[in-house]
Design a protein around this ligand. Sequence first.
Ligand code: 3AM
Length: 547
Amino acid sequence: MIRPAAAAEPMGARIGPYELLEEIAQGGMGIVYQARDVRSGRVMALKVMRTDLGGGAEEAAYRFRREVQAGALLRHPHIVPIFDSGVHEHRPYLVMEFVSGGRIDRQFARFLADPRQAVIAIEKVARALHSAHQQGILHRDLKPANVLLDDQGEPRLTDFGLARLPAMDMELTRVGEPLGTPAYMAPEQAAGCHERVGPPTEVWGLGVLLFELVTGIKPFFGENEVRMQQAIRTAEPLEPRAVRLQLDRALENIILKCLRKEPEQRYASAEALADDLHRWLGGKAARPRSPFSLSPASCLLLLPLIAGLLLWINLPRYAAEVSSGTADPVFRQLARGQKVELLPDGELPPWARFATGETSQLRYQPLGLEGFAPSLLELLPRMPTDSYRLTAEVSGHSIEMGEVGICFAHAQERTTAGVDDLFLALTQSLSPQSNRVALVAHRYRKDERRELHRREELLQWSPPASPVTDSWRKLSVEVSTEAIAAHCDGLRIGEVSRRQVVQTLHRLAALEPARQVPTDESLRGALGVYVRSGRGAFRSVTASSGN
Ligand code: 3AM
């Protein structure tokens, strides 16, 4: 569950004998800090229950207890050890080893580039899980946030707060109520059949993790939790090789075996999966292709893939860390005045990431983006020059008043109520009734309690051609130190001064009090594509310096 940011403890504060150094992350139940044990000087990770749980505090406290109990039973090099626990001002806390490399999906680009790395990591997680299973412990909440990487790049499983412990009664697992995180739940878990949950349920979770690491997308799609659970129970998974054509067939078979609907048809244990992954790494796993992967449903699913190579991709947020290092050659080309194709051969650059809209869906050939909330897929983190041009051909459709476009400036701002994304986009309306191009400033905040989307138009224009649903439209922005000019299908449709942009941003800021007032200086680069309430397709996305 995503909750709005909780009030953090002041840094330097003490919880038991631990001095808080830095907040690392906030989860649904607790806040994780880096902390120092004042007795030994050792740096640890400390998780303390949130203060704002209200009626949920009892269940959260129970999860802490469960995590500590599981921790006492578990000793494995790929499980994060728990060293200590206690209660601070009526809130339970636990102290574990500090694991410095962050969640496994932060290294997504590395695994995409080399599936063997993903297999090596998942084999280790599978062996760690198997050791837990042998103690009668089921993790029940496998997901990328619970697999961390240490400073050696080794995977470390954590968070047994939802675990089933040996001899545990069904206290908090009411029959029929699913437990876990929807996208990673096995069908029996999504259906709330707790008595069918066992090691093969975790094999499923490992299969989803591996699928995601080697393809960059999840095997099932649902735009909300209910649809996701429905898809998991009834739909066939995507085939990994439909997404990554070069992926080894034997590896695909291993993944699909993890994702069989019936637990009995999956690997019987996490160890059996680990062994098969190990054989694959040694080049020996060559299992026959599963007849399940060619079921009519998946063939149907493949048709559009074959026809147009339409690959729906759910790129995890922070898919690749924005690294100016990796984008360096592009910056050099731009600085030399060359025009750069931001989707060479229709492929995403490795540094692409969602600046906002991480739940949106992505496909490619041509690149497509689908989302209800505003989604901004950043294709270049910044421009090396103040004056530049961004151009793209866009198309799309929507059942509502959606829009599709290019985005050329983005900033994140912390407000008293949450984190807001501010961005500028040149958009084309997607509704069949309306045919408009507009230069728009957005302020967007996604948090679970309140979704905020404010939008102000700086320029509007009605193209003479038919709505974009039937054709491609070429949109282009020219940004200079003085003004922003917009073009559509080669026609200049207008210009706004940077002063106007700043005034508009101020108006948006005034509507939602921000800690800092935005300036045009606070809006930087972030060149990319944008969609809201619909599906957009993009091709020929280019950037160039100067005018
Ligand atoms: O989302 P990020 O990667 O910033 O790294 C973990 C992740 O942060 C951090 O909590 C977030 C959700 O899992 N975390 C959890 N346990 C940790 C530990 N033992 C930890 N970071 C370091 N050491």
